[in-house]
Design a protein around this ligand. Structure first.
Ligand code: CAA
Length: 380
């Protein structure tokens, strides 16, 4: 088993770290406070090739692999979880399925601008009554000649306000249940697509999370991704990859909070010594370091399996579960290490703590990851 990274993976990791430290970290607190979508830094991330990392160059991407993607995402999340989720959705939940299931004409129109970072993509699966129970879709797409008319409501859509392209899942044949779900790309500005609400959130505040309303929204049949009825499988397979991205995001949040805790343990004194000399602080730091390394190994294993073309759904569920739980525990303990200073906004760990929570919820809650893992353990 090799643990060494390739030259290309190391280069992308170093480039992402440098950008995160110099361009993102200085604005992270401010954009969180103002809940401001970071257009400028995301544009530069696109120029650096971070918005379509594993997409072939032919379609505007960087032609790197999933391991490089996970490494870069960890670095971005270490500085700012909002940038990381926008990057993750763009790469995993939008570019991946359009590359995989689109034809060349669709890749040209819907993938190239997003993979090259000129536009954002989003993934609209969740509905008010269809969160964990994702197949319970109510949004309808009714065939009307060479178009479909889409009507329904999508909720908690990351980048829903900003995205130029929305990958939306709809029922095209209600009688068939999950086998009657189909996927469509809808362009921003299509009449009938309305951003109904932008949520005010606990964390990842600089990303936008929107409710989208589809009101008789006419979409050409040429915008359907894959066959009619293939949509739920597309959604599930896409989420297998998306969970690697969110696991890497959770890992970056944990790593960022841990690094601040180590620094604080060295500089803060109590009872006449740096607090890092107290065993109770040492234990917390040792637990953090061990869990973070464990999460990183799980993330890289899932990414490597995907790159090798081997089954990776269970591995990505394990990575997402463990990394999200680690992020929550590490950020909680990071506040504890900082004491009262950890609880105020001046110190960054408070933001890391708020940002960590969502990683246990989106792209499948921790409970859903356990369900996916348990089904594999029990044999289907
Ligand atoms: N890959 C391909 N196909 C899959 C699959 C996978 N990983 N998992 C299931 N399927 C297929 C099955 O083979 C089955 O197909 P057939 O019936 O045609 O054979 C079909 O999908 C239904 O499978 P299940 O019976 O297992 O489906 P289920 O209703 O029991 O649901 C579930 C399974 C795991 C609970 C699923 O609903 C799920 O993952 N829920 C969580 C949803 C989720 O993660 N939402 C995130 C929203 S996006 C988001 O959060 C983005 C963001 O903003 C950051």
């Amino acid at each position: 088993m090799k643990l060494d990274l390739t030259d290309e993976q190391q280069m992308i990791q170093a480039m992402a770290r440098e950008f995160a430290e110099t361009a993102i970290r200085p604005i992270a607190a401010e954009i969180d406070r103002e809940a401001r979508f970071p257009h400028e830094t995301l544009k530069r991330m696109g120029e650096l090739g971070l918005m379509g990392i594993a997409v072939p160059e032919r379609w505007g991407g960087s032609a790197a692999d999933t391991v490089a993607y996970a490494l870069a995402l960890e670095e971005i999340a270490r500085a700012c979880a909002s940038h990381a989720v926008i990057m993750s959705v763009n790469n995993s939940l939008y570019c991946d399925p359009v590359l995989e299931y689109g034809d060349d004409a669709q890749r040209e129109r819907f993938l190239r601008p997003v993979a090259s970072g000129l536009a954002h993509g989003c993934f609209a699966l969740t509905e008010p009554q269809a969160g964990s129970d994702a197949s319970n879709q109510a949004t309808l797409a009714v065939r009307d000649g060479d178009h479909y008319r889409i009507s329904g409501r999508k909720q908690f859509i990351t980048s829903g306000r900003e995205a130029a392209f929305t990958l939306v899942f709809c029922q095209t044949d209600r009688a068939k249940g999950h086998r009657g779900i189909s996927a469509f790309v809808v362009e921003k500005g299509t009449p009938g697509l309305v951003v109904a609400k932008v949520e005010d959130k606990l964390g990842i505040r600089a990303s936008d999370t929107a409710e989208l309303l589809f009101d008789e929204c006419r979409v050409p049949t040429a915008n359907r991704l894959g066959e009619e009825g293939q949509g739920f499988r597309i959604a599930m397979a896409t989420l297998d990859g998306g969970r690697i991205g969110i696991a890497a995001q959770a890992l970056g949040i944990a790593a960022g909070a841990y690094e601040r805790s180590v620094a604080y343990a060295r500089e803060r004194t109590s009872f006449g010594v740096p607090i890092g000399q107290h065993q109770m602080i040492q234990w917390m730091l040792a637990d953090m370091a061990t869990a973070i390394d464990g999460a990183r190994l799980l993330v890289l294993r899932a990414a490597a399996l995907k790159d090798a073309g081997r089954p990776y759904g269970t591995a990505s569920a394990m990575a997402k579960l463990f990394a999200a739980e680690t992020a929550m525990k590490v950020t909680t303990d990071a506040i504890q290490v900082h004491g009262g200073y950890g609880y105020i906004k001046e110190y960054e760990v408070e933001r890391y703590f708020r940002d960590a929570k969502i990683t246990q919820i989106y792209e499948g809650t921790s409970q859903i990851q356990k369900l996916v893992i348990a089904r594999e353990v029990l044999g289907g």
